[in-house]
Ligand binder design. Structure first.
Ligand SMILES: [Zn+2]
Ligand SMILES: [Zn+2]
Ligand SMILES: [Zn+2]
Length: 252
């Protein structure tokens, strides 16, 4: 299975419009972050988690051209506003969109035409597939297990598949209910916004401490803001946690 980070930034993206900080002015390509999204490929199946503003740009940049399903973590704009560009995959067939009932309700309210029972070649044609925390579902030959987390005032989903956990937007991992699912993963990709605490996201220290307590073999931060550069983040935990960057591709 191959994982490709289509985007690794927080809701503003990096650089932030009008910001003169060293990270926004950095020449390092690893400091250019589209809104967070992950592309997952097995031999037979391609899936994307979240379709933010740069969905089209990130697919072109990564050379991806097939898609068998779309999964949403939650309905914040930075995770859904590229949805219209799914239509290139739905000219002849509908595509399943998987998330919680609440997230799908919100997405459908913003994009009602994408879920119309009528089929239009020029529009995205999506099926709602409501999934529940800790109830696995499959897309092609990949099995996903959603898990509920707290993200500020709302809930969001993370997903576990093939020894990998992906949870970009989280302020409370709800370890009482999720610990068994998340312990000893090969890779935990976890949202870590910045150094200081934040009401709706984990900080680097919080994310690192949770991922360590879960004994993740590899810890990768995503959904990062312009507080620290890619290089700075690499030095935070003596190499025991790393920053994702856009276009990073991993074979698992
Ligand atoms: Zn987000
Ligand atoms: Zn900045
Ligand atoms: Zn969010």
């Amino acid at each position: 299975m191959i994982l490709t980070f289509l985007g690794t930034g927080t809701s503003h993206g990096v650089p932030v419009i009008g910001c003169d900080c060293p990270v926004c002015k950095s020449d390092d390509q690893k400091d250019k972050r589209y809104r967070s999204s992950l592309f997952i490929e097995s031999e037979k199946t391609s899936v994307v988690i979240d379709t933010g503003y740069e969905f089209r740009l990130s697919m072109l940049r990564s050379g991806k051209s097939s898609l068998d399903g779309v999964i949403y973590t939650h309905a914040h704009s930075d995770h859904i506003m590229g949805l219209d560009d799914l239509r290139v995959f739905t000219h002849e067939t509908r595509l399943n969109a998987y998330s919680s009932k609440e997230a799908l309700d919100e997405i459908e309210a913003k994009f009602p035409y994408a879920f119309s029972p009528d089929f239009y070649g020029g529009l995205p044609n999506l099926n709602r597939v409501e999934v529940k925390s800790h109830v696995p579902f499959s897309i092609g030959d990949i099995e996903f297990t959603p898990f509920r987390v707290i993200h500020g005032q709302r809930e969001a989903f993370g997903y576990v598949f093939d020894g990998v956990g992906y949870v970009p937007d989280v302020s409370d991992m709800l370890l009482d209910e999720n610990r068994d699912l998340l312990e000893n993963l090969d890779i935990l990709i976890i949202g870590a916004l910045r150094r200081k605490p934040h009401p709706t996201h984990l900080s680097f220290d919080e994310a690192y401490s949770i991922a360590s307590s879960l004994r993740a073999k590899r810890i990768i931060f995503t959904h990062i803001n312009h507080d620290l550069s890619y290089r700075d983040i690499s030095f935070l935990y003596q190499g025991r946690a790393e920053s994702a960057y856009d276009t990073l591709s991993l074979e698992v």
